[in-house]
Design a protein around this ligand. Sequence first.
Ligand code: NDP
Ligand code: 2IT
Length: 450
Amino acid sequence: MSYTEETLAALRRSSPAQEEFFQAVEEVLHSLRPLLDSNPRYREQRLIERLVEPERQIFFRVTWIDDKGAIQVNKGYRVQFSSTLGPVKGGLRFHPGVNAGIIKFLGFEQVFKNALTGLPLGGGKGGANFNPKGRSDSEIMEFCQAFMTELCKHLGPTIDVPAGDIGVGTREVGYLFGQYKRLTGRFDGVLTGKGLSWGGSRGRNEATGYGCVYFAEEMLRVRSEGIEGKVCTVSGAGNVAIHTVEKLLSIGARPVAVSDSTGTIHHPEGIDHDLLKQVKEVERGTLEAYARERSDARFIPVSEYPEGGHHIWTIPCDIAFPCATQNELTASDAETLVANECIAVCEGANMPATPEAVSYLSQSGIAYGPGKAANAGGVAVSQLEMSQNAAMQQWSSEEVDARLQEIMATIHTTVSEAAAEFGSPGNLVHGANIAGFRKVADAMIAQGAV
Ligand code: NDP
Ligand code: 2IT
């Protein structure tokens, strides 16, 4: 058995029933084969075994009281995967589907993503199996306060700095920050994605979506193509999707579809961005309400989706942006996209493509930007927020955006060069995994057996 096969088999035994975590590790190890073959010291130093094991995992009970006075109990998680390159950094996800395997896959991906930004960041992830849907504002606050009451023991501006992810936006970060400050008496830069008047950075809210579009522009540029005039589909209707749509519209592309957990909106004229924000951010409703306002848009409910696929990927497009959740794009979706002459897939979400879809897209010849490179703009601007907090400063939108554009272009160059160096030019999945791993692994060797 090869080194990677041995490690995967051991992981299967030691982390049973963590399918998404295993999926993320398997993809990375597959990409690393040529690097591991040419550098025996990674094996001698047991780098793979060390990297698949989080430095620390905190699993905790979150007890809180709902509006009816009933006691509620949820599972809370923070997985501090790696502090090799800097303080642990990564978002918090509140979603009923959260479990240890989901948080571990997200934390594992975050380590390499953060390394690719070139910024001093470790990697981790956290969250809870809490379902915010249908909860009142005071219930959300109660939950956030109970969650932070435990989590605050493990945070610090140079230790671990969470941010948002699915189900956690500025409102939740506000309640979490308020509770941290109440418990510790410190106004620390201990969360990113804060409001602009209390330590937040301009551009953080927009950063993941905008950065994803900048990454797509880089992928197209090397193919002598541009985004202007391109028809785009964007899955999801949350923070990442909305800001992807916003940036696409501002540079003259035509996003024609978005989706949420209830269905897909197809709007051939181009998504009405203000209406999308009103329905999803202000009213916190479902996309059906969008179609009620625009008679030229069609709502396709989840019940009408093709077997084993997502309706949005059947809509012909030039560029597809999966921006909702893991494993939302299957092999048959990928085949449909390519058959419909899509020229690029650029991932705003974390691990949105299944392994079969990843392998199909990588061999299809279209431009394919994997999440750990393409969606790194969010965490990159989080680091800019940490820098501003440390210096007690606030930068202009222009300054943050210029840095974000430069970071995304540099990530694209880094992953493209690593792919070419290890024999798979143009394969940005291999490039991202190799470049991210090499940076963390070399630093781990330098820091000794810890
Ligand atoms: P939000 O909670 O703001 O939005 C998530 C969107 O995806 C919602 O529209 C939601 O539908 C939809 N969605 C979530 N889960 C499912 C599901 N199981 N099936 C169908 N639709 C689903 O989250 P974000 O926009 O922040 O995150 C989206 C993705 O981007 C995630 O993969 C996240 O990890 C990743 N990401 C986020 C970053 C950030 O800065 N926020 C940074 C980098 C990556 P509904 O509205 O009906 O709930
Ligand atoms: O997946 C991600 O990169 C995020 N959810 C953002 C993490 C961060 O710390 O800004």
